[in-house]
Design a protein around this ligand. Structure first.
Ligand code: G6P
Length: 612
C-alpha cells in the first residue's frame, strides 16, 4: 500500500509527481503529499485525495526539478495532515517518503527520544528519517552511507525515497519487500511503486531488488548497491505497458471498464496456450516442472481476497480433472500456523498485483521447506513473479479498480488451463471430455459478451435493492466460490453487509436472517447440484426472502420461484464461474454507484496490500 513517485531531471517535477500520484492512488488514498527542492525544501501534504493536495498547494511555490510524492494508506497513525508523507528529519533538512512498515520503530523511537529527538507524527516513517539523520550526524558520513547504515538497523518492509536540502542534485531510493521501479531517460530519473507514472516518459526501467539502494545524481549514471555495500550492475529492461491500458477510455469508472474488458482479457489469458481443434493446451511455465506437478503429493493454493476465491475454483478444477489432492489457504493463515509442507508439495501462489505481503511470506515459508512454487500473477516482473520457481502470467492487463474483476476471471482461466493440461497428462480425464472442455473454453469470451448485454436488466435489479442492509449469496460446488466473490464485491464497494455461503450450509445459520427484506442471490445454473440448489431456493422462499437467481438460459423451474432471474448462456459447469461472476460484478457496481460510493477507491481499502 501507499504509492511512491519521485523525479530528478530537467523538467518541472510538480506536474510529473501529481500525475504519477493520480495513477498510484489505487494503492492508498487517505492522504497525499509532495516535497520539492527549490532553494529550500518545500513540503505540501494533507489528509484526503490527490485533488485535495492540489487545492492545498494552489498559489504556493511549486517550482523545482527534483521532488517526491506519496499517497498514503494508513498503518501507523490515523490519516491526517501530520501523519501524511513526506516526513522531515529533526533538522528539517531531509525528507523521506515510505511504503511499508518499520516493525522495530518503537525501540528505535524510544532510543532517539532519549537522545533528544522530537517527533511530530505517529508514523514509523518519521522514525526512519530521524534515524538516517542521526547516523549521518553521529558517524559523520555521506547521506548515501547514512541511508545504508540506517537500513541495516531496521526490521520490516520499505520502499523509500530520500532527498536532502544541501544536495539538490541527488535522490536516493531503496527497497525491501515493497516494490520500486526506476525509469531512466536522458539525464533524468523517475522512481515509482509501479511503472504507471513513468510510462509516458521512458520505456527503460530497472526494477530494484530487495535490500538494494539506488543513487540517482544529475549528470551521472544510475548506481545501485546493496545495504551490505555490494555494487550491482543495473539491469535495464524495456517496459511493455501501453498508456491506453491505464486510462479510463470513456468509461465512468475503471471497474466498469475492467468488467467490460473481460471478453478480451479472458482471451488474452488463453492466447497461445489453447488450440481446441488440435486438442492442445500448453501453459508454458508448467513444462519445466511437469514432473513435479504430475507426481505432486498434493497442491497447496495460497492467496488473499479475490485471488483466494479463484484458488477455490482452482481446487475444484484440479481435483476434478487432474485428481491431485488440493488444499486452498489464506496466505495470512498459512504463514503463521506451522503447516506441514515438504518437497513433494507444489504450491500455487495466486496474486493479481504480485506484491501482497502475506502471499509473499507464504511463498518464502513453503520455499524454505523445499516445495516447488508456481505463481499465477498478473503484474509482470512483480515480487511474487520473481520469488516463485515458475509461473504463468494471467495477462489480464493493468487492473486499477480496487475491487478485482477481470483479474479473477483471468486467474480462473489460467487455473482451468492448468487443470486441463495436468488432467490430460495424468490420464485422469477422457480425451472426449478434454476436447469438449477445450472447445467450450475457447467459446467463453463470446458468451461473456452475451452476459454483458444483460447490463440494463441488472441495473434495474440494482435499483430495487440498493437500500438493502444485508445480502446473502448462495452457490454450490463450482459456484460456491462465485457466491463468496459476489458477496465480497458488494461489501467492498457498496458497504452493504454481504455473506457468501454454500447453499446447503445456509440452514445451519444464515437462514435465521432471512425475512422479506433480505435479498438472496443464488447461482442456480445447470449442473450436478442444480436440483439441490432448487430445494435451497424453496427454503428461502418459504421464509419470504427475495430471490435474485442467476440461471442457465431457458430455465423455467427457478423462474417460477425467483423474484428475478438473470439468464446466462449455458456452459459446462466447470466453466460456469467465468460467466456467473459477471452479473454479480455488475450488480455490485450499479448498487455502489446508486448509493453514491466511490467505486474505484472504496473506503479503507487498497489495491495492493504490501503490509501484513
Ligand atoms: C486487496 C485487494 C483485493 C485483492 C487482494 C489480494 O485486498 O483489494 O482486490 O483480491 O488484495 O491481492 P492480490 O494482488 O494478491 O491478488
Amino acid at each position: 500500500m501507499c504509492g511512491i513517485v519521485a523525479y530528478i531531471g530537467k523538467k518541472q517535477a510538480w506536474p510529473i509527481l501529481i500525475k504519477g500520484l493520480r495513477r498510484l492512488e489505487y494503492r492508498g488514498y487517505d492522504s497525499a503529499g509532495i516535497a520539492l527542492h527549490h532553494n529550500e525544501l518545500n513540503v505540501y501534504k494533507c489528509k484526503g485525495k490527490v485533488s485535495d493536495l492540489e487545492n492545498f498547494a494552489a498559489g504556493k511555490d511549486i517550482d523545482g526539478t527534483i521532488g517526491m510524492g506519496h499517497t498514503r494508506w494508513a498503518t501507523h497513525g490515523v490519516p491526517n495532515d501530520i501523519n501524511a508523507h513526506p516526513h522531515y528529519s529533526g533538522s528539517k533538512e531531509m525528507v523521506l517518503i515510505h511504503n511499508g512498515i518499520i516493525e522495530n520503530y518503537a525501540p528505535l523511537k524510544a532510543e532517539m527520544k532519549n537522545r533528544g529527538h522530537k517527533f511530530e507524527s505517529d508514523t514509523d516513517t518519521e522514525v526512519l528519517v530521524h534515524l538516517i539523520e542521526d547516523i549521518q550526524q553521529r558517524e559523520n558520513v555521506s547521506l548515501e552511507e547514512a541511508v545504508r547504515l540506517a537500513l541495516n538497523n531496521v526490521v520490516g518492509a520499505y520502499a523509500i525515497v530520500v532527498m536532502h536540502k544541501n544536495d539538490p542534485d541527488t535522490l536516493i531510493a531503496a527497497r525491501k519487500s515493497s516494490p520500486l521501479v526506476i525509469g531512466i531517460a536522458d539525464d533524468e530519473f523517475f522512481v515509482a511503486s509501479d511503472a504507471t507514472p513513468i510510462i509516458e516518459y521512458t520505456k527503460n526501467v530497472v526494477y530494484l531488488d530487495d535490500e538494494e539502494i539506488a543513487i540517482m545524481r544529475r549528470g551521472e549514471k544510475l548506481r545501485i548497491h546493496t545495504i551490505r555495500n555490494q555494487e550491482i550492475t543495473p539491469y535495464v529492461q524495456e517496459l511493455q505497458l501501453q498508456l491506453e491500458a491505464i486510462e479510463k477510455g470513456g468509461y465512468d469508472h475503471f471497474m466498469l471498464k475492467e468488467i467490460w474488458e473481460q471478453p478480451r482479457s479472458i482471451k488474452d489469458s488463453m492466447r497461445g496456450r489453447v488450440n481446441a481443434a488440435q486438442g492442445i493446451v500448453a501453459v508454458g511455465g508448467i513444462n519445466d516442472y511437469m514432473q513435479k506437478f504430475i507426481n505432486a503429493n498434493r497442491i497447496l493454493i495460497v492467496g488473499c481476497g479475490t485471488s483466494w476465491h479463484a484458488g477455490l475454483v482452482g481446487e475444484y478444477l484440479l481435483e476434478d480433472l487432474a485428481r491431485i489432492p488440493v488444499e486452498v489457504e489464506y496466505a495470512s493463515e498459512f504463514r503463521y500456523r506451522n503447516p506441514v509442507i515438504n518437497e513433494s508439495d507444489v504450491v500455487i501462489a495466486i496474486s493479481q498485483s504480485g506484491e501482497t505481503a502475506d502471499t509473499l511470506a507464504a511463498i518464502e515459508l513453503a520455499k524454505s521447506k523445499g516445495a516447488t512454487i508456481f505463481g499465477v500473477c498478473n503484474v509482470v516482473g512483480s515480487s511474487i513473479a520473481r520469488a516463485t520457481h515458475a509461473g504463468s502470467y494471467t495477462h489480464a492487463g493493468p487492473e486499477i479498480g480496487v475491487a478485482s474483476t477481470k483479474a479473477f476471471t483471468s486467474q480462473v482461466t489460467v487455473l482451468t488451463l492448468m487443470a486441463l493440461m495436468l488432467g490430460n497428462r495424468r490420464g485422469t480425464i477422457s480425451e472426449h471430455h478434454y476436447r469438449e472442455l477445450l472447445t467450450e473454453l475457447e467459446g467463453i469470451p463470446a458468451k461473456v459478451e452475451r452476459v454483458l448485454k444483460l447490463n440494463d436488466q441488472i441495473k434495474y435489479i440494482a435499483s430495487l435493492y440498493k437500500d438493502a442492509r444485508n445480502c446473502l449469496y448462495l452457490g454450490r460446488s463450482y459456484t460456491f466460490p462465485v457466491a463468496l466473490e459476489g458477496a465480497l464485491k458488494l461489501k467492498e464497494i457498496s458497504y452493504i453487509h454481504a455473506e457468501g455461503y454454500p447453499a446447503a450450509e445456509m440452514k445451519h445459520g444464515p437462514i435465521a436472517l432471512i425475512d422479506d427484506e433480505m435479498p438472496v442471490i443464488v447461482i442456480a445454473t445447470k449442473g450436478a447440484s442444480y436440483e439441490k440448489v432448487v430445494s435451497n431456493i424453496q427454503e428461502v422462499k418459504a421464509r419470504n426472502g427475495k430471490i435474485i437467481a442467476v440461471v442457465s438460459e431457458g430455465d423455467t423451474v427457478v423462474k417460477e420461484m425467483a423474484d428475478h432471474v438473470i439468464e446466462i448462456p449455458e456452459t459446462d459447469e466447470k466453466l460456469v464461474p467465468l460467466l456467473s461472476v459477471i452479473p454479480l460484478q455488475l450488480l455490485a457496481y450499479h448498487i455502489a454507484v446508486m448509493r453514491g460510493c466511490n467505486v474505484d477507491q472504496p473506503r479503507n481499502l487498497a489495491k495492493s496490500v504490501t503490509v501484513e
